[in-house]
Design a protein around this ligand. Structure first.
Ligand SMILES: Nc1ncnc2c1ncn2[C@@H]1O[C@H](COP(=O)(O)OP(=O)(O)OP(=O)(O)O)[C@@H](O)[C@H]1O
Ligand SMILES: [Mg+2]
Length: 321
């Protein structure tokens, strides 16, 4: 199956009067498979929006190449089958939701009133038909944005921070809509800071820091290498001490119950056997995968630290002269 998005060494360099040439996005190798929800994560200023804009052909890369649905980026034919919900969509304040859909529909030559009403229903705005954008809450604005992004029945959607600034209920609504996009066979490329959200819906993710991809893969693979928690009753102090001797395990008692927290690289059977060798009773054994938030912070911090080192060494060397 062809990839929905493929980039090779995609690069964007800006000239800055203060700092000379700056690689805002550098040597980006990205693969997004068809039909998946792909999370594009990174701290503020990492290069997410710049990458999306290059993929959309809004700005030109200064190096490398990229393909969207098999066509080289910038190919205008692709625009008929992709859509984009920007980070801060701007709508004419005096328009109603229906008028927005008519307005953007016209850009694709779509005049299908039944479709407009169906899309309003779909994003739960049918009852607010008479409200203008100035009377819309932020969540309603995001929902009309998603309705708009469905106008051309796209195969691939780019959503830049689709849940930014929304309350938990609005989050769930948007999340459910995005999951349905995937059920319909669409590919969804989401840039986001909402890591728990991304963890719930994305199949694969890439983390970008300072313009460079620092991690990319299936979420399940990236978050494996987690912990296992074993809870047991009726375990003696001696057995607990014996388990404590196992490398990379922390052992504690809570209200008389033993709690063992161990790396999932170790075999939990030996711990279970120790517990059961006396009259201990296993209550639960739960694999706990890493949280995306931990992976994100670890990856970005490690990357920042590794980049600082050579600069610091250079500065020290310079200072010693
Ligand atoms: N036209 C431009 N000229 C110079 N630098 C730019 C330009 N556009 C963006 N940048 C710089 O590129 C970097 C990446 O910006 P970008 O908007 O892609 O980040 P982002 O990952 O989307 O961040 P955020 O999470 O805040 O939306 C920033 O340092 C930004 O200042
Ligand atoms: Mg951005």
């Amino acid at each position: 199956m062809a990839a929905a998005i493929e980039t090779r060494k995609l690069t964007k360099t800006y000239k800055s009067r203060l700092h000379g040439l700056i690689n805002v996005v550098q040597d980006l190798d990205l693969t997004v498979e068809e039909g998946e929800i792909f999370g594009f994560l990174g701290p503020n200023g990492a290069g997410k929006t710049t990458t999306i804009k290059m993929l959309l052909g809004i700005i030109y890369p200064t190096g490398g190449e990229g393909f969207v649905l098999g066509k080289e980026i910038g190919d205008m034919d692709v625009h008929r089958i992709i859509s984009y919900l920007p980070e801060r969509p701007y709508y004419y304040e005096h328009m109603t939701g229906l008028e927005i859909l008519r307005f953007y529909g016209a850009l694709f030559g779509i005049k299908d009133e039944a479709l407009f009403n169906q899309l309003l229903e779909r994003v739960n705005l049918a009852a607010d038909k008479s409200k203008t954008i100035s009377q819309f809450s932020k969540g309603m604005q995001q929902r009309i944005g998603l309705a708009q992004s469905l106008l051309n029945d796209p195969k691939l959607l780019f959503l830049d921070e689709p849940t930014g600034g929304l309350d938990p209920i609005a989050h769930i609504e948007i999340r459910d809509l995005i999951l349905k996009f995937r059920d319909e066979g669409r590919t969804v490329f989401i840039s986001s800071h909402e890591l728990s959200e991304v963890e719930r819906i994305c199949d694969r993710v890439a983390i970008i820091n300072k313009g460079i991809i620092v991690s990319q893969g299936k979420l399940d693979d990236l978050l494996s290498g987690g912990r296992i928690e074993i809870i047991a009753d009726d375990v003696s102090k001696e057995i607990a001490d014996q388990i404590k001797g196992t490398a990379d395990a922390t052992v504690s008692f809570h209200e008389g119950r033993l709690i063992v927290d161990m790396s999932d690289e170790q075999d939990p059977n030996s711990v279970v056997d120790s517990i059961r060798s006396t009259k201990g009773r296993i209550i639960s054994l739960t694999p706990r995968r890493k949280r995306l938030e931990d992976l994100f912070i670890e990856t970005v911090r490690d990357d920042d630290a590794s980049k600082k080192k050579p600069a610091a060494v250079a500065a020290e060397a310079g200072g010693a002269q």
